[in-house]
Ligand binder design. Structure first.
Ligand code: IPE
Ligand code: IPE
Ligand code: MG
Length: 247
């Protein structure tokens, strides 16, 4: 059962109360595998299946933007074997997306520093973006080698460079400019951020963008997360009173 949830039927959530942008920290794959005495890589494979289901479902129910946290700038600290297994899964998914989703409506984008990936994976990332860029459906942001701090450092350097060469003055620097200089430029901030696996932390996800996001923590491990769990998170979200600092 999800924490803090007030179980409601999905029919009760009116389209105007759906979050426009959902972020998901896809956490708990390792613990899922451990519970079954399986290698951690099997947990990641199971998590990838959940990702496929949930992304499709979000698109089907009319979510406009979905951002999934797939690999953080800190995840390189894991054993090489686990990192390799994750890179292999990314390649499999991105190949599948190119091969099988020709008539899809989903726009695929990547958040993070892609230059750290193998040339093959970088090519797949670029091809997926290129192939899907003119579609009109949900924008699926895959955060890979993504870190909120890294994103802000990169944006700061970009802005400083422009000030240095006279394209911008210091007075031009404001919140809008920063929003336009980060990976999610042009997209709305997340309304709802879901973290499965019961952890109450942000782990460097969408630091700037989540200023007024609503959090939802589920104690389900990501591979066990279902479309019903997503419905529950959305229903709970629709009952929140967002004040943005006002009254
Ligand atoms: C999330 O699951 C996947 C990645 C971080 C790539 P974890 O691998 O962090 O799973 P736990 O937290 O160890 O259970
Ligand atoms: C966050 O999960 C990153 C992803 C889900 C990709 P982690 O498992 O890396 O986060 P911590 O280490 O528990 O904070
Ligand atoms: Mg984890």
């Amino acid at each position: 059962m999800a924490l803090f949830s007030k179980k409601k039927d999905k029919e009760q959530v009116l389209p105007q109360n759906l979050p426009a942008h959902i972020g998901i920290i896809m956490d708990g794959n390792g613990r899922w595998a451990k519970k079954r005495a399986l290698p951690r890589s099997m947990g990641h494979s199971a998590g990838a299946q959940t990702f496929r289901k949930i992304a499709r479902y979000c698109s089907d129910i009319g979510i406009r933007h979905l951002t999934v946290y797939a690999f953080s700038t800190e995840n390189w600290r894991r054993p090489q074997e686990e990192v390799d297994a994750l890179m292999k899964l990314f390649e499999e998914y991105l190949n599948e997306a190119l091969r099988d989703f020709k008539d899809d409506t989903i726009v695929v984008k990547f958040l993070g520093d892609r230059t750290a990936f193998s040339p093959k994976l970088q090519a797949l990332i670029n091809e997926n973006e290129e192939e899907s860029k003119d579609r009109e459906g949900m924008v699926l942001n895959i955060a890979m080698n993504y870190g909120g701090r890294d994103e802000l450092v990169t944006a700061t350097k970009k802005i400083a460079e422009k000030v240095k060469n006279g394209e911008l003055s210091v007075d031009d620097i404001n919140a809008e400019l920063i929003s336009d200089s980060i990976y999610t430029a042009g997209q709305p901030d997340p309304d709802l951020i879901i973290r499965p696996s019961g952890e109450f932390r942000i782990s460097n996800f969408l630091l700037w963008q989540s200023a007024y996001a609503e959090y939802y923590i589920s104690d389900k491990l990501w591979p066990d997360f279902t479309t019903d769990d997503l419905d529950e998170a959305i229903a709970e979200f629709s009952t929140r009173n967002r004040r943005y600092g006002g009254v």
